[in-house]
Design a binder for this molecule. Structure first.
Ligand SMILES: [Cu+2]
Length: 481
């Protein structure tokens, strides 16, 4: 077996004509990639009476789990069998801009009915994922409204592994549609609303008060691992087992919760990164694209519904049955007691993040129905222009930046930074340290601050992970000087 890469490297050192003749040999097929991802339309059987047609990875939902080894170079062939150019974003990895999977950063598209081979060194270790990064705009068949989501697990060089086995759960809605009128306000996040932000929000609302409410996206069908509650195989467990659940919110824009009656979740990682203080919680809350890894000790025998707290969504599929080996009967759901989600409980007590070299403040405003019925989002008064693709900030390599976001809207925004992880500094009014993430929920009329070190040169995208928000202005591009 000839290693194609080794051959190409060797070829680079010999005269070009000679290299060309070696590459052009008819029997010299390129080596197979380590992984192949094929983008094509297919069917997902959410339940026998609910089969949806959407765009998938390798004909399945979720896409195949890609297991990488930290630091070990991989090749991934992306085949696009659809009629439109696509992009696969490797979310949460510190990889170069040309393979990260965002057009704004300069990643080339995978052409319609074409392919592209990617090569990169996966890092850092932990629970990551991959998903499409194209603009959907008003097309609910495009972008993350489709089924283009899959999990990535980058195995660390050494794994302490205080669990018996791992179970991956991908939370995902299907059959989207537009409606007018605001989303329901959610108040599960710790922290207070700030008066000055409410005043800014009210002013923006007053300017558009004669307009009908902007479009929102709702869903008809809900699933975990592509199955509606009760339709798939249960998670079969034994008493005394310790299961490490890797939970991904693969939604295009919904916030999800998850509870398992009679059990608690010991949160060990957020967005794939170990937390300084693992802690037990009765409910997990995940903004779009967030991941939580949590150990559940199976110590409460029965047949249970592990599901979303929203009754409507759970009844339409957002849950999975957890069944003890000895138990029989109908799956039981018990609503958990009210519980506030507070990132800081997983932080390092008494610690303070390093001082930043520079602080950048951004105020987020919603302009109701400003774009043909769609809400427009501005950062410091500016909506991101896909035509101009103008970098907002020039980063200096090695500097530590503090981003302070002020949310003058009542929506919760899952803020995402590409190609870097960030350290939470202050969230919902509370200081914290040591929590490394790549997505964080910013509460309605609240502030969040996080730091990142500019240590991965190249264009870097920041955006709200709500597809409807990022497509209509809620983005910024950073570049290195
Ligand atoms: Cu948003």
């Amino acid at each position: 077996m000839i290693d194609r890469r080794a051959l190409l490297k060797a070829a680079a050192t010999v005269p070009a004509a000679n290299a060309m003749s070696r590459i052009a040999r008819a029997d010299d097929k390129p080596a197979a990639a380590d992984y192949t991802v094929r983008i094509a339309t297919g069917l997902v059987e959410l339940a026998p009476e609910h089969i949806v047609s959407t765009t998938l990875y390798n004909g399945q939902f979720p896409g195949p789990l890609l297991r990488f080894k930290e630091g070990q170079r991989v090749t991934v062939d992306i085949h696009n069998d659809t009629d439109t150019p696509e992009l696969v974003h490797f979310h949460g990895q510190m990889i170069p801009s040309d393979v990260d999977g965002a057009a704004e950063e300069g990643t080339p598209f995978v052409p319609a009915h074409g392919m592209r081979r990617l090569e990169f060194v996966p890092k850092p270790a932990g629970f990551r994922f991959y998903h499409t990064h194209v603009v959907a705009g008003g097309d609910l068949n495009r972008g993350t409204y489709s089924g283009q989501v899959g999990t990535v697990y980058i195995e660390p060089k050494n794994d302490p592994g205080a669990y018996d086995r791992e179970v991956f759960l991908v939370l995902k809605e299907f059959a989207p549609s537009f409606s007018r009128g605001g989303d329901m306000a959610m108040d599960f996040l710790a922290g207070e609303e700030l008066k000055d932000l409410k005043a800014i929000g009210k002013q923006a609302d007053d300017e558009a008060k004669e307009k009908a409410k902007g479009f929102e996206v709702g869903y008809e069908l809900f699933s975990i691992n592509g199955r509606m509650l009760g339709s798939g195989e249960p998670v079969r467990v034994k008493q005394g087992e310790r299961i490490l659940f890797h939970v991904l919110n693969g939604s295009a824009g919904e916030i999800r919760s998850l509870a398992l009656p009679g059990h608690s979740f010991r949160v060990v990682s957020l967005d794939g990164n170990p937390v300084p203080t693992p802690a037990d919680v009765p409910v997990l809350w995940l903004g779009t694209a967030e991941r939580i890894s949590a150990i559940v000790e199976m110590n409460h025998p029965g047949v249970w519904v592990m599901g979303d707290l929203a009754d409507d969504d759970r009844k339409r599929g957002m849950g999975i049955v957890v069944e003890y080996a000895t138990a029989k009967g109908k799956p039981q759901w018990v609503k958990p007691k009210p519980f506030k989600w507070d990132y800081s409980r997983f932080g390092k007590a008494g610690a303070t993040p390093a001082a930043p070299d520079e602080t950048i403040e951004m105020t987020i405003v919603k302009h109701n129905a400003a774009l043909d019925g769609f809400n427009q989002w501005t950062l410091n008064g500016e909506a991101f222009s896909m035509d101009a693709m103008k970098p907002l900030i020039k980063l200096q390599q090695g500097r530590r930046y503090r981003l302070k976001f002020r949310n003058a809207s009542d929506d919760i925004h899952p803020l995402h930074l590409h190609r870097h992880s960030f350290e939470l500094v202050r969230v919902g009014g509370k200081p914290t340290a040591g929590i490394l993430k790549d997505v964080v929920m910013l509460g309605g009329f609240q502030e969040v601050e996080f730091d990142f070190v500019a240590d991965n040169p190249g264009r870097t995208l920041f955006h709200c992970h709500q597809q409807l928000h990022m497509d209509f202005g809620f983005m910024a591009l950073f570049d290195y000087a």
